[in-house]
Structure formats: structure tokens, C-alpha cells
Design a protein around this ligand. Sequence first.
Ligand code: NAD
Ligand code: IPM
Ligand code: MN
Length: 366
Amino acid sequence: MAHSLLILPGDGIGPEIMAEVRKVVGWFDRNGIAFEIEEGLCGGCAYDAHGVPITDETMAKAQAADAVLLGAVGGPQYDTIDFALRPERALLRLRKEMDLYANLRPAKCFDALADFSSLKREVVSGLDILIVRELTSGVYFGEPRGVSVEGGERVGINTHRYTESEIARVARSAFELARRRQNRVCSMEKSNVMEAGGLWRDVVQEVHDAEYPDVELSHMLADAGAMQIVRWPKQFDVIVTDNLFGDILSDAAAMLTGSLGMLPSASLGAPQANGRPKALYEPVHGSAPDIAGQGKANPIACILSFAMALRYSFDAGEAADRLEGAVEQVLADGLRTADLLGQSGGRAASTSEVGDAIVAALDRAG
Ligand code: NAD
Ligand code: IPM
Ligand code: MN
């Protein structure tokens, strides 16, 4: 039976990188993994067409799909519209209503790119860490929120809030993932200044002691964690952290790999009756308005997000390995977009050249 895939290209470079992902999906479709694809509007383009960043109809399709693949949303032309209608709200609605609480953001440094990171080769070569970011709670969703007037001045309020069960379930995801890797988890919070950070730390420890005593667990304050991520990132295996710290730490981790254009992500819910989680796959980067429409965008983060879909939604780990291998091969051959050229110069490949080369590498590999 064909896997159903809802594709939401979004705004800015979203449609450009998604066109390359479709070439890759097409390759697998011709080679034994059948997909049934639907495309929808999400973000600023949905706002332009329907006055909302995502319609109820598209939400229903996302809920029903085996996996959702998203490009990126947002752009400067939407920065002044009402907060509730901004493109970014579409993402938050998808995450919240699909209950995608575990956001997996792996940062892997491909050998061919070790010299292109802003850090020294020895710091990043062979790097393979996984940030597990809580995605449905914390300051992104806590109430009360808003801007009001108090005593004649404006006051902005957002609320950082976590329940015990919200912390426990994402901790379980991190421990499960660690068991399939190096079996180590580092939990990051600010328990020195935030009560909710103290609860985070306690609950992660309790889940560990009761259910995952075999996994090595450590705790780190998030500011020190940010420092350690750039000082010696290879000390980490799995990092588990809240929604806001995870957002920031994963952008920092992206640069270890050479470019924000390299980092994929998977956002997963609890397993459903069929054993699979609801899932949304998207690059960590945004819509990159500064380079949109110029054929400069790196499509690899989005293509690697599809590799994560193969692994986590379609039980096709070998196909995912093969796709990651094809990406590695293209990078090793020296073909790359401008974001990966660094100081060395050289010719920048276009978005579609990179997509075509990855498909050609898939062909060569089998
Ligand atoms: P951004 O990630 O879009 O861009 C940051 C920098 O990285 C830019 O210089 C951009 O050119 C570069 N970059 C990003 N992706 C790249 C790629 N694939 N190839 C080459 N270069 C790439 O972040 P921003 O500029 O802070 O945000 C722009 C818009 O995107 C905002 O509206 C923001 O809200 C939105 N955003 C959306 C998502 C998402 O859809 N998941 C994530 C982050 C930001
Ligand atoms: C991300 C983005 C989003 C976030 C925005 C666009 C809502 O930065 O996915 O990392 O803050 O979660
Ligand atoms: Mn972010």
C-alpha cells in the first residue's frame, strides 16, 4: 500500500528546496516504495490565499497523512500582521494539534564538510549528536500571554509552564533513542533560576531511575550547555531540553555541521494504533528570504528530513541509509551550494544541481 505524504512547501526557499525533495521521493517511488502525494498551502502563502496561515481542511489532511513534509514558512511581508495570523502560527498549530511533542534534531558532520564549519576540524569531524527538543509546551504555548497596559506602560507576558507528564514523555523519547545510539543522555534546563527547570530536572531523573537505569544520564544548565556545544560537542550523545532552549541550542548545533542548510528534523507524537507516530518532517532552517528565488538554497536539510521520514514513519531504515549515503557522496564529490563554500571559494552549485546530483548518486548506488 502506498504511504500517504502531505507536502507543504511553504514560503521563501520552501518551494525551491521541496522541488528537489520531490525528485528524491520520485526516485524511491520508482524503486519500490510507493507514495501517494498531496500538496497544500501553509504559512504566508495560505494567508494570501485564505486569510489564515493554515486552513482546517489542510489541518485535517495533516492529521490523516502517514507523514507531513514541510519546507519553511515566513517572510518580512508578514512580520507586521496580527500575531495570531502570522505564518509561524501554522507551524505551532500543526505541532500542537498533532501533539508532536518530541522534536528530533540530529547534528551530524559529514566528513567532506569538516573544514567548512566555523569551528576547527578536530572539534567537529565525526560529530553525531541528537537534540531532542520538547515541542508542544513551555513558553511557546503557556498562558497567560500577550501585551497589555499596566500603570500606563506596556507589559509583555509569556508563560513558561510544564506539567510532569509533558516532561516525562519527552524524557522517555530521549532515553529510547539513546539506547539505539551511545546510550547517553544529557538533560539541559535552568534549575538554578527557574522552578520549572527544577521540576524538569527532577522528573527526568525519576523517569531515568524507574525505567532507564541502564542509560547514562547527566544534567547541565542550559547556558553552560550552549558553551559546551561549541567548545567540545563530541562529549554529547543525546541532549534533551525544553521548547525554547531546544530552539536556540539546535541553531547553534547546526553551525557545527557547516551550515544551517544541513540540519533536518523530525517531530513525532505518541505511537498510534498502527504502531507509527503522527509525524512532521522539516528542515531546522527558515524561509531564508535573503536568498529566496535565486536558486541558491541548500536543499540538503529538507532532503535529509525526508530520510528521517523513511526511517521513522515508513520503516525503511535501509532506504534512509542509502539516501544519506547519496548526500555524503555528492558532498565528497565537491558539489555544494554557496552556504557550504566557506572561505575557500570555488564554484557554487544551484539548488537543482544538488538535487539532480543526489538522484544520480542514488541511481549509481543501486
Ligand atoms: P533562516 O533560517 O530563514 O535564515 C538564516 C540564515 O541562514 C539566512 O542568511 C539564510 O539565507 C541562511 N539559510 C537558511 N537556510 C538555508 C539554506 N537551506 N541554504 C542556504 N542558506 C540558508 O532564519 P531567519 O532569517 O531568522 O528567518 C526567516 C523567516 O523564516 C522568518 O519569518 C522566520 O520566522 C522563519 N522561520 C521559519 C522556520 C520554519 O518554517 N521552520 C524556521 C526558522 C525561521
Ligand atoms: C524552528 C523555528 C520555529 C520555532 C518558528 C518559525 C516558529 O524557529 O522550528 O526552529 O521557533 O520553533
Ligand atoms: Mn528555530
